[in-house]
Design a protein around this ligand. Structure first.
Ligand code: NAD
Ligand code: LMR
Length: 329
């Protein structure tokens, strides 16, 4: 019997990430070549017409796996029966906006979306938050979905992971395919910590092969952590195709598993592992097994790593405190 379609909801569907993402979802790159997909595109009223244009283009691709596309500005409708929720739309920081204003504005988006997921999502729903500040937006949505297991809410740090792979490959002359066990810890922000101390290049210690702490501290870490800002500077717009690609990687691995002998990075709810306070959505090394992300346990952390993880986790705690003060979590 043919497989039932999986409902994938994309918010911010008329935005630039949405445009880079939807066609890949519809072509089968998110869930595999045997899984039919029904798309729900959620937008704000002013952008519904643009999203309808994208829906017309999706039709025009005649994707065999795409069973339907609905466009809506109704949050409850968008998440009714959803299996995979890609929360991309967010309120960008504009001139004169303080951090607190940004968190509050995003609370106005992610609280009702969390509530709608709680009310109508399928039992197996998986949620990936891309819209910034991704970790804290994921926390807000999760806090308003008490009936959904907290582990189903994740935040995207896969783009940071992929950026780190690429920088390490360039430095070492290796192929990205030879690099395993790299980790992004903490927040998807400039405080994130890309960690190569457990990484391997063709089975050998990456830190030993690179052997250059100066490069690590002064080039590698800031290049990865500030790559988003560098893209904005160069393109005049934030990363879009690479962000969409990372969202595909994240959900694909979540659904299909990570390769043996390797792990990836994702913002997942902390169970207290590595001293990260329980309940924070922080990036960790994760494997995906049986459709679930699990935090890789037992890694030794040197002082260099500990200090940087603590700094990023401190920022996550401050963000949680700020949204708690606004009554959002
Ligand atoms: P964009 O401005 O091009 O598109 C955002 C879209 O979201 C707009 O079409 C807007 O109308 C829509 N939107 C706003 N509020 C909405 C709501 N309540 N419901 C539904 N749609 C809504 O932005 P973009 O370039 O596509 O980026 C989207 C987000 O992703 C931004 O917050 C960006 O900072 C973030 N981002 C995250 C990562 C990451 O690695 N986590 C990487 C790149 C970008
Ligand atoms: C990125 O990492 O490219 C984005 O999060 C940058 C941004 O601020 O949108």
């Amino acid at each position: 019997m043919a497989q039932a379609p999986v409902t994938v909801t994309v918010t911010g569907a008329a935005g630039q990430i949405g445009y880079a993402l939807l066609f890949r979802v519809a072509s089968g790159q998110l869930l595999g070549p045997d899984t039919p997909v029904r798309l729900r595109l959620l937008e704000i009223p002013q952008a519904v017409q643009a999203a309808e244009g994208t829906a017309m283009e999706l039709d025009d691709c005649a994707f065999p796996l795409l069973t339907g596309v609905d466009v809506t500005d109704d949050t409850r409708r968008a998440f009714d029966g959803v299996n995979v929720a890609l929360l991309v739309g967010a309120r960008p920081r504009t001139k004169g906006m303080e951090r607190g204003d940004l968190l509050e504005a995003n609370g106005g988006i992610f609280k009702p979306q969390g509530e709608a997921i709680n009310a109508g999502a399928a039992d197996d729903v998986r949620v990936l938050v891309v819209g910034n500040p991704a970790n804290t937006n994921a926390l807000i949505a999760q806090a308003h979905a008490p009936d959904v297991p907290a582990e189903r809410f994740t935040a995207m740090t896969r783009l940071d992971h992929n950026r780190a792979l690429s920088q390490l490959a360039a430095k070492s002359g290796a192929s990205v395919a030879d690099i395993t066990k790299l980790t992004i810890w903490g927040n998807h922000s400039a405080t994130q910590y890309p960690d190569i101390f457990h990484a391997e290049i063709a089975g050998k210690s990456a830190a030993d092969l690179v052997g250059d702490r100066q490069w690590l501290a002064d080039e590698f870490i800031p290049t990865v952590a500030k790559r988003g800002a560098a893209i904005i500077e160069a393109r005049g717009a934030s990363s879009a195709a690479s962000a969409a690609n990372a969202a595909i990687d994240h959900v694909h691995d979540w659904a299909h598993g990570t390769p043996d002998g390797d792990w990836t990075s994702a913002g997942v709810i902390s169970d207290g592992s590595y001293g990260v306070p329980e309940g924070l959505i922080s990036s960790f090394p994760v494997v995906s097994r049986g459709g679930r992300f699990e935090i890789v346990q037992g890694l030794e952390l040197n002082d260099f790593s500990r200090e940087r993880i603590d700094a990023s986790v401190q920022e996550l705690q401050e963000e949680r405190d700020a949204v708690a003060a606004l009554g959002l979590v």
